[in-house]
Design a protein. Structure first.
Length: 81
């Protein structure tokens, strides 16, 4: 399960209780650019929907995810769509 938090600007911390709700599944919490423990670029061009989708695609490739469920909350739902 790959989890995309709301925001923008809100880290994924508030979604951590999912670990207790779904203990039988691996869960990846992803802090989008500029949030939580992710980089915070100063260039405004880094903060676009296209860049956010590219970042997500790179993460999926880096983790080698071939089949997975995607859970997006609020803005994360828009990104996942």
């Amino acid at each position: 399960l790959l989890v995309l938090h709301g925001g923008p600007g809100v880290p994924s911390d508030y979604l951590q209780p999912l670990v207790q709700v779904v203990p039988y599944r691996s869960i990846v919490f992803y802090d989008q650019l500029g949030c939580g423990r992710s980089d915070e670029p100063q260039a405004l061009e880094a903060y676009s929907m296209d860049q956010a989708v590219d970042d997500l695609e790179q993460l999926v490739q880096h983790l080698g995810l071939r089949q997975f469920h995607l859970l997006g909350q609020s803005f994360g739902g828009i990104l996942g769509y």
